[in-house]
Design a protein around this ligand. Structure first.
Ligand code: AMP
Length: 427
C-alpha cells in the first residue's frame, strides 16, 4: 500500500518520498487510518517495524489540518520514550517528516542543560519528545504546560516498565487534559502495561504486528561456541578477518563493555563503549562516530542500546548472551532493519548453554554452530535434553527469572514470539 492511499497530505507525502519510502509498512498501514480517524490506539509493535512513522505521520497530518493560528506555540503533541537516544531519533524523524510544515519539535531529557530547555519551552514548542524523569522535573518546577496536549504517545511502554518509569508516567498523565487522543506502543503487554492501557485509553482500537518472522527471518544468525577467556580474541579475529566496519557488540554489564572496549583498542580496533555510566555527551559522540564509521565497534549494554537506529547496520554480536531471551530478539533487531539483510552472531561459552537453549526455544529453531580454527572450545556446548511432558512444570520452576518475565504477557494466540512462548508454557 502506498502512502498516498493512506490519504496523508501532500506536504507529508513529499517528505516521505524524499526519505525514500515506497510502501507503508504493516504497522503503518494499520495504524495510520485509525489515528487519522481520531481513535485511541493500543499498538503491539517492536522497534524496526516503522512504528515511529506510524504515529508521527498521522499526528503531523492532523496538526496541519487543524492549525491553531495567531497565538504563541503550545505543546499539542507529547511523546514519551524510555531513553534519550530514542527521544533524539523520534524527534529527528518528526523533523524530516514535517520538513514542509512549520512545527517546532524539541527533545526534553536528563543529562542536558535544563536552563536551555526552559528557555526553549518559554519560546514555544508544538511537539515535545521527552523522557519521563526530566519531564517530571519541568512539571514540578512548572516550566512546562501540558494543558493543550491533543495527542499523547507512549512509545516502547514495556521498556519504560523495565526501566522503572511507571510511577513517573502516572504522575505525568495527571498533568494532561482529560480529552485527548492517546497512542500506546509496546512490544509486549505485561499486566502493568495492560492496566496502564485500561486506565489511559478510551475505547482503543488494537493493532498487533507479527514480529517473529519479521525480525528473526531476515537476520542470518549463528553461534560460535568458544571458551569464555578466548571470546575477546575471537571477536578481534572475526572483525579483522571479515573486515567488519560497523559492528554493534552487546555485553551484559557496563564493566564488561568497558573492559572489552579496552581489549579491542589494544588490538588496534577502533572501539567505543556505550552505556548508562557514560555522560550524555559521551554517548551522543560515541553514537555519532559509530554512525559516521569513524569507530568500527560500539560495545553497548542492552538498556543503552535500546532504540538505536542505524540505517544498514550490518552486524550485531552477542558477546554475552542476554539473561532474558526477549532481549536477544531486541538485540538482533538492531540489524536487518526496514527490510534490509543483517547478521547476528553469538559468542557462547559453556556456562551460557542454558541461556542459549531458552533463546532457541523462543525462536523455535536451533541456531547454527560454527567454529573457527584455533578457537575451538575446550568445553562443549552440551545440548540440554528435552524432558517428558510430565516433568516440564518442574523444570520451568527452576528457571524462575525467565518464567516470571513471560508470565506477564497476556495476548494469547498472537504471533509475537514472547507471547507464543508463554502460551506454550500454559498448556
Ligand atoms: P522504527 O521502527 O520507527 O524504529 O523504524 C525503523 C526503520 O525503518 C527506520 O530506519 C525508518 O527510517 C525505516 N522506515 C520506516 N518506515 C519505512 C517505510 N515505509 N519504508 C522503508 N523504511 C521505513
Amino acid at each position: 500500500m502506498s502512502f498516498k492511499e493512506l490519504k496523508l497530505s501532500s506536504e507529508i507525502l513529499e517528505s516521505i518520498e524524499k526519505k525514500g519510502y515506497d510502501e507503508a509498512s504493516p504497522i503503518q498501514k494499520k495504524a495510520i487510518p485509525l489515528i487519522l480517524a481520531g481513535h485511541d490506539l493500543l499498538a503491539g509493535a517492536q522497534t524496526g517495524t516503522g512504528k515511529t512513522a506510524a504515529f508521527s505521520l498521522p499526528i503531523l497530518d492532523k496538526m496541519n489540518t487543524s492549525k491553531v493560528v495567531g497565538e504563541k506555540r503550545k505543546i499539542r503533541t507529547l511523546i514519551i520514550t524510555p531513553t534519550r537516544e530514542l527521544a533524539i531519533q523520534v524527534a529527528e524523524n518528526i523533523k524530516v517528516y514535517g520538513a514542509n510544515l512549520h512545527f517546532k519539535t524539541e527533545t526534553i531529557f536528563g543529562g542536558a542543560n535544563i536552563n536551555a530547555q526552559k528557555s526553549k519551552l518559554r519560546r514555544g514548542i508544538d511537539i515535545v519528545v521527552a523522557t519521563p524523569g526530566r519531564l517530571l522535573d519541568h512539571l514540578q518546577h512548572q516550566t512546562i504546560n501540558l494543558k493543550n496536549v491533543e495527542t499523547f504517545v507512549l512509545d516502547e511502554a514495556d521498556r519504560m516498565l523495565d526501566m522503572g518509569f511507571i510511577k513517573d508516567l502516572e504522575k505525568i498523565i495527571n498533568h494532561l487534559p482529560k480529552v485527548k487522543q492517546t497512542l500506546l506502543f509496546s512490544a509486549t503487554f505485561p499486566k502493568e502495561i495492560k492496566s496502564l492501557a485500561n486506565s489511559l485509553l478510551q475505547n482503543p482500537k488494537e493493532v498487533q504486528i507479527a514480529e517473529r518472522n519479521a525480525v528473526a527471518d531476515k537476520v542470518t544468525q549463528c553461534v560460535y561456541p568458544v571458551d569464555k577467556e578466548r571470546k575477546a580474541a575471537l571477536l578481534g579475529h572475526l572483525i579483522k578477518k571479515e573486515n567488519w566496519y560497523q559492528v554493534l557488540v552487546f555485553t551484559r554489564t557496563k564493566r564488561g563493555a568497558d573492559k572489552l572496549t579496552k581489549v579491542l583498542k589494544k588490538l588496534d580496533i577502533k572501539a567505543d563503549a556505550f552505556h548508562g555510566n557514560k555522560s550524555q555527551g559521551a554517548r551522543t559522540k560515541a553514537l555519532e562516530n559509530f554512525k559516521a564509521e569513524k569507530t568500527q565497534v560500539l560495545v553497548a549494554t542492552d538498556i543503552a542500546a535500546r532504540g538505536i537506529d542505524i540505517t544498514l547496520l550490518p552486524q550485531v554480536v552477542n558477546y554475552d548472551l542476554p539473561y532474558l531471551p526477549e532481549d536477544y530478539i531486541h538485540r538482533i533487531g538492531r540489524t536487518a532493519r526496514a527490510g534490509k539483510e543483517g547478521r547476528a552472531i553469538s559468542l557462547v561459552s559453556a556456562d551460557e548453554v542454558k541461556m542459549l537453549h531458552t533463546i532457541e526455544k523462543l525462536l523455535k529453531f536451533t541456531l547454527t554452530r560454527n567454529t573457527i580454527e584455533g578457537f575451538e572450545p575446550t568445553q562443549e556446548l552440551k545440548v540440554v535434553p528435552s524432558r517428558p511432558k510430565s516433568n516440564r512444570r518442574k523444570r520451568g520452576n527452576k528457571n524462575r527469572s525467565f518464567n516470571s518475565q513471560n508470565k506477564k504477557h497476556w495476548k494469547e494466540g498472537s504471533s509475537n514470539p514472547r507471547v507464543q512462548s508463554n502460551t506454550r508454557r500454559k498448556k
